[in-house]
Ligand binder design. Structure first.
Ligand SMILES: [Fe+2]
Length: 261
């Protein structure tokens, strides 16, 4: 098996981007597919993403959204505090919960919140938010090296793969260790571009290498489905423009200033 992995998260029911990713990763010779969770939210027809993902053979880690949908919890555990963010989070969650079949909800309940693999002598830890909490945000600007080293030490890992923030970043740490937040394939990275992002992580050499891949996909097709199923125009606008219009209050100042709103 190739030691180059395609690692992605935050599918957010973007089945069009997920299908494009599966093709792109195969073309790049990925030896393993890893999904770090949050299969639903924002997008239309959540069962389509579940079906694609389950057929793909990907290793899937449970995200906070998957835990909530699987168990039918009252909310998505996204941790918003702003009333406007909560309004949209509730709309998105109610839609996704109602439209996810019991078969897929049962599958979500079986997903592990954390997975560990040894690759080429490296301990690779895969989580959704952070090892200590499924819905902890590891933002690039707000997460000091010392805290990352503490997490790696505490969970005896050399490589930490995470998502949950929707914004990709990676950091190399002393001793050849690293933390890679793979971003999201479900919506753009609040940068005014319509592409979405995932990571190719290469464990084959003496040090772990990664590359963030901008993924172009047929976003007008996704938008058509969102409008056909009555999802909010605010969500559509993000897909069309590449700028986040909701879930903004949780962003640290640097990430917030990088966006339009
Ligand atoms: Fe999440």
């Amino acid at each position: 098996m190739s030691e180059r992995w395609a690692v992605f998260g935050g599918v957010y029911s973007n089945h069009v981007a997920l299908a494009a990713l599966l093709e792109d990763a195969a073309r790049r010779g990925a030896g393993r597919l890893v999904c770090l969770g949050d299969i639903g939210a924002f997008g239309p027809y959540p069962d389509l993403s579940c079906e694609l993902l389950r057929d793909s053979g990907a290793l899937v880690i449970q995200g906070n959204y998957d835990d909530s949908v699987g168990r039918g919890l009252p909310d998505c555990q996204c941790g918003y505090t702003d009333p406007r963010d909560n309004h949209f989070a509730r709309l998105s969650y109610a839609y996704t919960l109602a439209r996810t079949s019991e078969t897929h909800r049962a599958w979500m309940r079986t997903l592990p919140p954390m997975q560990r693999l040894e690759v080429n002598g490296r301990h690779v830890l895969m989580v959704h938010g952070s090892p200590r909490r499924q819905n902890e945000f590891l933002w690039e600007s707000a997460t000091p090296d010392g805290f990352l080293v503490h997490l790696l030490d505490a969970w005896r890992a050399g490589v930490l793969l995470c998502t949950h923030t929707g914004l990709h970043w990676g950091r190399r740490l002393p001793g050849g260790r690293c933390v890679i937040n793979v971003g999201a394939i479900g919506r753009p990275a609040n940068d005014g571009r319509t592409c979405v992002w995932y990571a190719m992580v290469d464990f084959s050499g003496p040090e772990t290498r990664w590359e963030f891949i901008p993924l172009d996909y047929d976003w007008p097709r996704l938008v058509h489905g969102m409008r056909a199923d009555g999802l909010p125009e605010e969500f559509v606008q993000t897909i069309e423009t590449g700028w986040w219009t909701t879930c903004l209050e949780i962003l640290p100042i640097r990430e917030r200033m990088a966006g339009r709103y």
